[in-house]
Design a protein around this ligand. Structure first.
Ligand SMILES: Nc1ncnc2c1ncn2[C@@H]1O[C@H](COP(=O)(O)OP(=O)(O)O)[C@@H](O)[C@H]1O
Ligand SMILES: [Mg+2]
Length: 288
């Protein structure tokens, strides 16, 4: 059976449900906030596929871990969500695989954080290791601002006690966002803004963008690094070529649909149904 669990009915969850209904698929579509494990999950078992679409990263990871314990294939698997939810873990993996990214440092004390920023050279960007929608990003242009940001972060609790710092990239007023399904690019768009933060959640304008061979190769390699089925990759353009800024493991896709007209929800449901078929007895020999 196909399950879709959500915590808020965004455009994305509605599109997924509509696509499943349009294909005549029986789908268990429920608000995870209403459910108790294991009482409300008797209909869940081995061979099932679940799209876990809770807005909260923590809730989604807990749900995928519970479902995997029952033999359910979750999209994405918890390992992918954990990696993508942690910008430090992602940066370490990208380095290991020699995938180009902005220069970065990690530090865990006031002095080390200031030293890290100075060694990168201003401006730098401080980011929470776990964050999205461009929240709590700080572009820091000099030592005094750096000291103030680090001091403030030190009072923000354990989640902010390790500093992830990137070199600020002059990216020409835009970045690219690729939505990847099953390791292939489903949509590519440009997010342009007069603000340095180009999330569509922060008002950037989504536009289509043509694929090129260098970019496609980079996206394919990047998707492999974290595994999983449904990703969004943010890319910056630099004079040296494309570089990867981050990988999202719980992508929203309303901007990508608006920019490209591609039915991402439909593609995702087709992918989930293929995966369901390959898990059922007698289905998809290549996956057995
Ligand atoms: N090092 C950087 N240089 C330039 N712009 C950046 C940098 N880091 C982030 N940004 C801008 O901020 C946006 C959000 O940053 P990102 O790392 O993707 O965090 P989030 O998870 O909040 O989306 C990016 O899409 C980009 O526009
Ligand atoms: Mg981002």
């Amino acid at each position: 059976m196909l399950h879709i669990f959500y915590s808020r009915l965004r455009m994305e969850e509605k599109a997924l449900y509509k696509a499943a209904a349009a294909r005549g698929t029986e789908v268990d579509f429920r608000d995870a906030g209403d459910l108790v494990w294991p009482d409300d999950f008797e209909n869940v078992g081995p061979g099932d596929v679940a799209l876990c679409r809770c807005v909260s990263q923590t809730q989604n990871i807990a749900l995928t871990q519970l479902l995997e314990g029952r033999g359910v294939r979750t999209i994405n698997p918890p390992e992918t969500m954990l990696l993508c939810g942690d910008k430090i873990a992602t940066a370490a993996l990208l380095d290991r695989e020699k995938i180009p990214q902005p220069a970065w440092r990690v530090a865990s004390s006031f002095d080390a954080a200031v030293k890290a920023a100075e060694s990168l050279g201003y401006p730098v960007v401080f980011k929470p290791a776990a964050g999205s929608w461009g929240r709590l990003l700080a572009k820091v242009s000099d030592r005094e601002a750096c000291e103030a940001i680090v001091e403030h972060k030190q009072h923000m609790g354990p989640a902010h006690s390790v500093f992830y710092i990137q070199k600020y990239v002059e990216k020409g007023g835009f970045d690219l966002r690729a939505v990847m399904i099953g390791g292939r690019t489903a949509t590519l768009m440009k997010r342009a803004s007069s603000h340095w933060i180009t999330n569509t959640a922060r008002g950037a304008t989504p536009e289509p963008f043509p694929m090129d061979a260098e970019l496609e190769a980079l996206l394919n390699r990047t998707a492999k690094v974290v595994g999983g089925d449904f990703l969004a990759i943010d890319v910056f353009g630099t004079p040296e070529g494309w570089i990867v800024n981050e990988i999202n493991g719980q992508p929203e896709f309303h901007g990508s649909v608006a920019a490209t007209g591609v039915d991402v929800g439909g593609l995702m449901i087709d992918y989930a149904l293929d995966s369901l078929k390959s898990r059922s007895p007698g289905g998809g020999a290549s996956h057995v």
